[in-house]
Design a protein around this ligand. Structure first.
Ligand SMILES: Nc1ncnc2c1ncn2[C@@H]1O[C@H](COP(=O)(O)OP(=O)(O)OP(=O)(O)O)[C@@H](O)[C@H]1O
Length: 267
């Protein structure tokens, strides 16, 4: 099975601050791969490295066998054209209709005639169950519907790779389930590969083929959802079972209780 994206011995820092170290990850064709971890663990940074928005200091990211950091500006543009991206809080253009939001990437990246754009947009909206909402404005639809419009927009160009950054954030449980099922279904219908950045265990495990757990910029565990559920790794257990304390401590590091309250032998 070929990998659409490969990450090899990747190290990345923002200035002097190390964010990712020694990452090795595979994203095989046709799969949904979840990248999970707590806030600030570097998940979004991985998506930015794959999209070529930032470059690693060491190691490499390759997409379709091409090293992203070595692409020219036009090569990068060409690569991104084959990627769909659902950004965190996937904002829609508020002054455009639902239809125009989905048409936007088609108008931006293709010279297709208006009738073709019309049909493609309605097909994408149909796929997310919102063909009937085409003429509404973002302010007239619910948060869950807006996320589905953003999804339709992300797949407008039939991307080979779709990256989702926290697609479940802020959704009610029903909309979460609907969004998760759509992510899986669209991946399979389009024959794409999906990378799902999330900290929502339930929804991610329901649709992912493979899961990477990231902590402090390193992969601490990886495997199928079933393997992760059965894992004895303390970090995975804490994350999967939402335990408040474990390898990720509840308390921000600081002075001891005794010191702060002037108890015992403290000053
Ligand atoms: N442009 C930037 N310059 C400097 N530091 C940054 C920049 N972007 C992100 N960081 C820092 O890099 C670390 C990793 O950020 P990243 O957004 O990749 O984490 P994340 O796992 O996606 O977190 P979250 O789930 O909260 O979005 C964080 O500590 C963040 O503060």
């Amino acid at each position: 099975m070929s990998n659409i994206v490969e990450i090899r011995d990747l190290h990345f820092s923002y200035g002097q601050r190390p964010i990712l170290s020694g990452l090795h990850m595979d994203f095989p064709q046709g799969k949904v791969i979840a990248v999970m971890g707590g806030s600030g663990s570097g998940k979004t940074t991985i998506l930015r490295l794959i999209g070529g928005q930032v470059q690693p200091q060491r190691g490499s990211v390759s997409v379709n066998g091409q090293t992203v950091a070595s692409l020219s500006t036009s090569g990068l543009y060409e690569m991104r054209r084959r990627m769909g991206m659902l950004f965190q809080h996937g904002a829609l253009f508020t002054d455009l209709s639902v239809f125009e939001n989905v048409a936007f990437p088609l108008r931006e990246h293709t010279d297709l005639p208006e009738e073709t754009i019309h049909d493609l947009v309605l097909m994408k909206l149909h796929a997310v169950g919102l063909r009937g909402a085409a003429q509404l404005r973002p302010a007239e639809i619910s948060g869950g519907m807006a996320r589905r419009v953003a999804l339709a927009r992300a797949i407008a160009l039939d991307p080979q790779l779709i990256m989702y950054d926290e697609p479940f954030a802020g959704l009610d449980p029903i909309s979460m389930g609907v969004t998760a099922n759509l992510i899986r279904r669209l991946n399979d219908v389009l024959g794409s590969t999906s990378i799902l950045v999330s900290h929502d265990v339930h929804e991610s495990f329901a649709i992912a083929d493979y899961v990477y757990f990231l902590s402090k910029g390193s992969i601490v565990a990886s495997g199928t959802p079933a393997e992760m559920l059965a894992s004895e790794d303390p970090f995975v257990k804490q994350f999967v079972h939402a335990e408040p304390d474990g390898p990720v401590p509840f308390h921000y590091p600081g002075r001891s209780l005794a010191e702060d309250f002037g108890l015992g032998g403290g000053r």
